[in-house]
Ligand binder design. Structure first.
Ligand code: SF4
Length: 556
């Protein structure tokens, strides 16, 4: 490990696209496509590829798929080619998509609000066994992701999913992606309001709508009515966060323009109060602003955060009210500070006298076997509902008091810990080099090893760790596992240490989202020169944690 004292903030001000030329804003510049992606999206939308998958590609096999469908339109149905095994991370940037791609796919199943019934869970488990070599990961966006999917099997997978009300529609692509929702929707005694009707209405009306299926880039949504602020609302394109208006009652505070990736920006409040029965229309107004005014010239500047950085919240509100809603929205209050931890790990009382039980797999990795085991444990406990969380955890709902002990034992036997160590609880990892074509380094195994090591090495001080120390491990700069909002964020890269190039990480420190232990979100800082190899990761974290415990101020 090499440490130099200089620090630089990762909280960069986003630079808008250049003025004085077309930036591809449909409402300003017209619809002339300005890059290759915009050309093929206009020629033939991503949703249209489903018919070809069902009729031709699944029959004729991988080799029959043309490039623009394979690396483009397939995403509209949750399909990415996965990384060819054996290509080391040092070559990622040198190879093109075809050279990096395997003939198998990652398939993402969107679970809006993270909700699953027992029956749906069994269907997901069976798909894992039958088509995905037993793989299944819980993503930090409440999705299930499979690997090793063959195009031949995709129609049958869709048939099984859709028979139980699940879908892969717009799970990826320049579309309205999965809507994050509070895992406690409808069951918590301290809930401000239940977001389920809004999530259901948006999903029913707008997912798969061709009018919203050609956005400048992805569009991420989050909705919660729980005071724990449990949907990472600061890093979505749009978030609706439960608040109580002094005169109008319970509703939502609107946040817009968050996102991480290589140009991180936290969302901003627009300052309006959104009544529950208007929430879907406001969501529609915001996504239509993005569709019409988003910058389409360069994909690296296309996310909504760039438009918000240029306009500011006041102009965004004015355009929303005047051009899209046709009415003014009332001013509204901000959310109160988070009341409790938003990962919902542990055993908690529901408002109906049953319990919800939050459990932690290791960095979101489960499997078909674990999903089957979870379904068996739930069935034995007499419960029908489980939710995934934006922290790669799961929460079993509706557990009767008399079945609680058996359920907890069953979860623990499956490796789903109800009382995890702080290291397991607060570590996340993205897919990494095992399957991701953009990855430079391995992530999940490195994070799992670090967790196991830290549980032993820091056993003497674990009881003193009374606030979370989040460790987010990413395989490249894209920040799928949220590098910039972790206490310790790790960005995968090839590092040169002792004159040897090897997989490692650039270290970011001090980021975080608003939580029960932190009033406001903030982006972490790159510690220049602080890089670490995967092997040295436990050493680094141990040293940082011990130093923090020795020197911290109150509430630090
Ligand atoms: Fe892949 Fe990079 Fe995202 Fe990890 S952060 S899943 S390596 S794109």
């Amino acid at each position: 490990m090499t440490v130099q004292p200089t620090e630089t903030s990762t909280s960069r001000t986003l630079r808008p696209p250049r003025a004085g030329r077309s930036n591809g804003q449909w409402a300003v510049d017209g619809r002339e496509p300005l890059n290759a992606n915009e050309v093929w999206k206009q020629e033939d939308g991503g949703l249209n590829v489903r018919e070809r998958i069902e009729q031709f590609y699944s029959r004729d096999g991988f080799a029959s798929i043309p490039p623009q469908d394979l690396s483009g339109r397939f995403r509209w149905w949750g399909l990415y080619t996965q990384r060819k095994p054996g290509i080391d991370g040092g070559r990622t940037a040198q190879l093109d998509d075809t050279e990096l791609s395997d003939e198998y796919f990652m398939l993402r199943v969107r679970l809006d609000g993270g909700s699953l019934t027992l029956h749906q869970l069994r269907v997901l488990a069976d798909i894992s066994h039958d088509f995905a070599r037993g793989t299944a990961d819980i993503s930090d966006r409440q999705n299930i992701q499979y690997h090793w999917i063959r195009v031949e099997d995709v129609p049958e997978i869709w048939r099984r999913l859709e028979a139980v009300g699940l879908q892969t529609t717009e799970a990826c692509g320049d579309t309205p992606r999965v809507i994050l929702g509070s895992p406690l929707a409808g069951i918590a005694a301290d809930e401000i309001l239940d977001p389920t009707p809004v999530i259901d209405e948006i999903t029913r009306r707008f997912v798969g709508d061709p009018e919203l299926a050609n956005l400048p880039r992805k569009f991420k949504s989050a909705i919660t009515g729980h005071p724990s602020l449990d949907v990472v609302h600061e890093i979505n394109d749009i978030s609706l966060v439960g608040v109580v208006h002094p005169e109008l009652g319970a509703g939502y505070d609107l946040w817009v323009g968050g996102g991480l990736s290589t140009a991180p920006r936290l969302a901003e409040r627009i300052g309006v109060f959104v009544a529950p029965d208007e929430a879907a229309e406001v969501w529609l107004g915001v996504i239509r602003i993005f569709r019409d005014y988003g910058y389409r010239r360069m994909r690296t500047k296309a996310r909504l955060k760039f438009l918000l950085a240029e306009w500011g919240p006041a102009k965004f509100r004015e355009v929303l009210e005047t051009e899209y809603l046709g009415r003014a929205l009332p001013d509204g209050p901000p959310p109160a500070p988070a009341s409790t931890p938003g990962d919902h790990v542990g055993i908690h009382l529901q408002k109906d006298g049953n319990h919800y039980v939050g459990a932690a797999p290791v960095v979101g990795r489960v499997s078909g076997d674990v999903l089957t085991g979870l379904a068996d444990v739930m069935e034995a406990a007499g419960t029908d509902r489980v939710r995934l969380t934006p922290h790669q955890k799961l929460v079993v709902l509706d557990v009767p008091p008399a079945r609680l002990d058996d359920l907890v034992t069953g979860l623990e036997n499956l490796g789903l810990s109800v009382a995890p160590s702080p290291f397991r609880r607060h570590t996340m990892a993205c897919t990494g080099i095992e399957f991701c074509k953009l990855a430079i380094v391995e992530t999940k195994a490195a994070a799992a090893t670090a967790i196991a090591e830290l549980e032993q090495r820091l056993a003497d001080v674990t009881a003193q760790i009374d606030t979370p120390v989040t460790l987010n491990v990413n395989g490249c700069p894209n920040s799928c596992a949220r590098i910039q909002v972790a206490d310790i964020g790790l960005k995968g890269m090839i590092v040169t240490l002792d004159d040897v190039q090897q997989p490692g990480f650039q270290v970011h420190l001090g980021g975080g989202l608003a939580s029960a232990d932190r009033d406001e979100a903030g982006l972490g800082r790159t510690v220049r020169g602080l890089k670490v190899t995967a092997a040295d990761l436990p050493d680094l974290v141990e040293r940082l944690v011990r130093r923090w415990l020795d020197q911290r101020a109150p509430r630090e």
